[in-house]
Design a protein around this ligand. Structure first.
Ligand SMILES: NC(=O)c1ccc[n+]([C@@H]2O[C@H](COP(=O)([O-])OP(=O)(O)OC[C@H]3O[C@@H](n4cnc5c(N)ncnc54)[C@H](OP(=O)(O)O)[C@@H]3O)[C@@H](O)[C@H]2O)c1
Length: 362
């Protein structure tokens, strides 16, 4: 049997190659290890951002390749096809963080009926949230039918939840207007959905900034009070204390908003950089704010609420969100290495219809 992965040039993420090799077997495993075959995963701009910021955040370290090449992490499902770990059986299926490729050797630790942590040496210094794998057999939220939505949204919606929670935790920094850039991105849509729910308790105007071509789609979602294209930023009111939640990472967009809002800008929350080629240098306007790293806020809430309390809160919010995702998003499958490769450049260059959720099946 052969295996493959897609490797990206770490110095120029426009370049990628499909690497095929002999698949590992049970003989490749040390005692306690398992071999999984990746079955399917979601591919969104978030994965491109992993590549774009990998050197800063350490994303290349999860699934190391050789020389100047790196493997992008993805969220999805994999099946155990060989096991030298007595607590994990062949045929078990786990949701988690996998390489953009077909096979992975893992070293499960802290194995419970519900989950395990990959304790392989090279991952130990990386944020623990990425090393956790959930057993579909015992996950109450799991259904076979829901796999695509889970792969596409679980990490992104958890981020939406954490930003919404972070804002409430900080009394929205005294702001009453919140401006989301790349308003058509899945993480922004999740956040706008949650923020809209807060409007019964607090005065909040939710503004979505998006590309001209995506305006109609974003307006149709019904979560935003006002939807503007990037060049219409000047019509945002300058009378209200405002927050930016930036998913685009575009320096010009940030410069325009910061200049326009002036002292009314009370918090600039830097979450994403889908527009990774327009970020500018280390001192560009796109870096003039506070970085939001979901695993950090998750760790804080896990400590304060307990793991179960946290999961319960996210779970309730998740049900409310996913019940309406089908109204605006269609799932599209790409099958195999070649179709995945064909999706790579459009995803890198923002040529993806936000109404489509891309799932890659191997
Ligand atoms: N900090 C954290 O902890 C954290 C956690 C999760 C996600 N994120 C970040 O949130 C961002 C959104 O991720 P997602 O997966 O939700 O995105 P997505 O759904 O794939 O977003 C698609 C949208 O992003 C914009 N876009 C995508 N590629 C672009 C490009 N090359 N140039 C210009 N615009 C582009 C377009 O929106 P518009 O037309 O509306 O601009 C597009 O409709 C990512 O940067 C991700 O890494 C951060």
């Amino acid at each position: 049997m052969s295996s493959f992965n897609i490797q990206v040039n770490r110095k120029d993420i426009n370049q990628y190659k499909i690497v095929k090799q002999e698949a590992p077997t049970i003989d490749s495993l040390a005692d306690g290890q398992i071999l999984v075959k990746v079955d399917q995963f979601a591919f969104t701009s978030n994965n491109i951002t992993y590549a774009a910021v990998a050197d800063m955040v350490g994303y290349w370290k999860f699934f190391p390749a050789s020389d100047e090449w790196g493997i992008i992490p993805v969220w999805g499902f994999a099946d155990v096809i060989a096991s030298k770990n007595e607590s994990i059986q062949v045929g078990e299926r786990f949701y988690g963080y996998y390489p953009m490729g077909s096979h992975l050797i893992m070293s499960p630790g802290k194995v419970k009926p519900t989950n395990f942590s990959d304790v392989i040496t090279h991952r130990q210094a990386l944020p623990p949230i990425y090393n956790n794998y959930i057993n579909t057999k015992t996950d109450p939220g799991y259904s076979k039918k829901g796999e695509a939505i889970q792969s596409l949204f679980r990490p992104l919606f958890t981020t939406s939840f954490l930003i919404d929670d972070f804002m409430e935790d900080n009394d929205f920094f005294g702001g009453s207007t919140i401006i989301l850039t790349s308003a058509s991105s899945k993480t922004a849509i999740g956040l706008a959905h949650l923020l809209a729910k807060r409007k019964s308790d607090r005065s909040l105007t939710i503004i979505g900034l998006t590309s001209k071509g995506n305006m109609e789609f974003v307006e149709g979602l019904g979560h935003y009070d006002q939807v503007l294209s990037y060049d219409q930023f000047a019509s945002i009111s300058k009378n209200e204390h405002s927050i930016i939640v930036d998913f685009s990472g575009n320096a010009k967009v940030q410069e325009n908003l910061q200049g326009h809002l002036g002292s009314k800008l009370v918090y600039n929350c830097l979450v994403g950089m889908v527009d990774w080629t327009q970020r500018g240098g280390a001192d560009s306007a796109a870096t003039n704010g506070k970085f939001f790293f979901a695993p950090t806020q998750a760790l804080k809430r896990n400590k304060e609420w307990g793991v179960e309390g946290f999961q319960q809160r996210v779970g309730i919010a998740w049900m409310g969100f996913t019940s309406q995702v089908g109204d605006w998003m269609t799932v599209k499958d790409s099958v195999g290495a070649l179709e995945l490769a064909a999706l790579y450049s459009p995803m890198l260059n923002g040529k993806i219809d936000p109404k489509i959720g891309h799932i890659v099946k191997l």
